[in-house]
Design a protein around this ligand. Structure first.
Ligand code: GLN
Length: 486
């Protein structure tokens, strides 16, 4: 097996036994990237030299016998809306094309401190607004399973980088599904942690009440390893939680015996691809065969998630993106007056999807719309949260679909935002409730594309998600799914 085909856990073991060096590992991913990146276009910025220097530092420390993190020497790709000190962070937007943050996001700092070489910054839908990575201001990313298809989004660059063997691990962000859906489209495991489990300091906000960073990897064990490193309280993020962090990798082999699993039949409407419904049912059967108790579950009010999410996301982003005014970020010719300057900067700097959402958000925060739209959405959000609380008191895990289809052709939904929004129906409820959710691959469609299924658990129960995902992985066969196209 080639280095770039190994899981982070396998690489970690070889590094710790000194059977390979960190420089060899990083060099291998850099070479692989040089070979396949022209077709995939996962990265906005690549940093091979800095990654090799970081790898060299790890090798030197190991030689000196210094204690090292299990992730030391494991390269990482980072979505380009997560700040990297001294390294351009564009958010996939013209507005921030030249923006260099002064400091690392908390998650990036932890990764660097652990000795993870940073391979580069990955492509995304502008400010995370989208589900296909086609809303990037720069270029679309291609799905490594079929280069004519989308990798999903908005963390499509991170997913494509891992799927194509250009990085063993990547970080994405998930406000309304942006880790889980690209993971499903690219045959990966992707986790959206509980709101508050990982520091959000240094993530460029989309909707602050839902934003979370999360790992993408080939296996549940790899995601568990990375979450273990990143989780924990951070004084720079007052919403981060002091809840103790479980030893996720250690609990993986515990299996699912006795776990109560709720099958979200309502969450798998009949207009979903038959193959996706079948994959969810297959996963339910495997969990039952391994000792879980599977019953039907219902979240009756999640049907309103689409409207609630888009109202709240638009309102929050119109407020958080207010800082992009052409003065502090992005430059524009000064106009006659301040309004002209704003309008010129935003007119040139933002793409059509961002403009659409900012107009919606600004409009519903106006005095006469605040109550019937924004406040009403908050009330329905509270009901959705209650649905989850009730279901997760009865069940340890909820099982459902991630998306109605597998990866679709580039261009198919690009000019139809409503169709794009609708396809997010299964991944929006979790963020509204703040619960952790994981997407994992469960087989391939007849067309040879990965199918993802989704597991959801109660707040801070990521360990249960990993245990179930690990068991499903084991039952499906030894090798992780690898795209044959590249
Ligand atoms: N696809 C969703 C949207 O367009 C989710 C985005 C995200 O999680 N960043 O808003």
């Amino acid at each position: 097996m080639k280095i770039f085909e190994m899981s982070a856990l396998e690489l970690s073991r070889l590094l710790q036994k000194k059977e390979i060096s960190a420089v060899e590992v990083t060099q291998n991913f850099v070479e692989r990237t040089a070979a396949v990146e022209p077709q995939v276009q996962a990265y906005i910025t690549r940093t091979p030299e800095a990654a090799l220097a970081a790898a060299r530092a790890v090798d030197e420390k190991r030689e000196r016998g210094e204690p090292l993190s299990p992730l030391a020497g494991i390269p990482l790709a980072v979505k380009d809306n997560i700040c990297t000190g001294g390294l351009r962070t564009t958010c996939g937007s013209r507005f921030l094309e030249e923006y260099i943050p002064p400091v690392d996001a908390a998650v990036v700092k932890k990764a660097r401190d652990a000795g993870m070489p940073l391979l580069g910054k990955t492509n995304l839908d502008e400010f995370g607004m989208g589900s296909s990575t086609e809303n990037s201001a720069f270029f679309p990313t291609h799905n490594p399973w079929d280069l004519q298809r989308v990798p999903g989004g908005s963390s499509g660059g991170s997913a494509a980088a891992v799927a194509a063997g250009m990085a063993p691990l990547a970080l994405g962000t998930d406000t309304g599904g942006s880790v889980r859906q690209p993971a499903a489209f690219c045959g990966l495991v992707g986790l959206r942690p509980t709101y508050g489990r990982i520091s959000r300091a240094g993530l460029v906000p989309l909707a602050s009440s839902m934003d979370q960073a999360g790992p993408l990897a080939f296996t549940a064990a790899d995601c568990a390893l990375l979450l273990g490193l990143l989780a924990g309280e951070d004084r720079d993020d007052p919403t981060s939680s002091a809840e103790p962090v479980d030893d996720y990798p250690a609990t993986l082999p515990e299996g699912v015996k006795g776990l109560r699993v709720g099958l979200l039949t309502e969450n798998v409407p009949q207009d979903f691809d038959r193959e996706i419904i079948a994959a969810v049912q297959r996963a339910a059967a495997v969990l039952a065969e391994n000792g879980a108790v599977v019953e039907d579950a219902a979240l009756p009010r999640i049907r309103s998630s689409l409207e609630v999410y888009h109202l709240l996301c638009a309102a929050e982003s119109s407020s958080s993106l207010g800082r992009f005014d052409g003065l502090r970020y992005g430059c524009s010719e000064p106009g006659e007056n301040v309004n002209e300057m704003y309008s010129r900067a935003r007119g040139e700097g933002f793409g059509p999807e961002v403009k659409r959402r900012l107009l919606l958000g600004t409009s519903i925060l106006r005095e006469n719309r605040y109550e019937p739209f924004y406040r009403q959405a908050l009330r329905v959000r509270a009901l959705i949260r209650r649905d989850f609380e009730e279901a997760l008191a009865r069940f340890d895990l909820l099982l459902g679909a991630v998306a109605p289809t597998t990866a679709y052709p580039l261009g198919e939904k690009k000019d139809d935002p409503v169709a794009m929004y609708h396809a997010d129906i299964c991944i929006l409820p979790g963020p509204l409730a703040g619960v952790p959710a994981l997407s994992l691959p469960c087989g391939l469609s007849a067309a040879g594309l990965p199918i993802g299924v989704q597991l959801t658990a109660a707040p801070f129960q990521e360990a249960i998600l990993f245990r179930a995902a690990h068991l499903l992985e084991q039952e499906q066969g030894p090798a992780p799914l690898r795209p044959p196209a590249l």
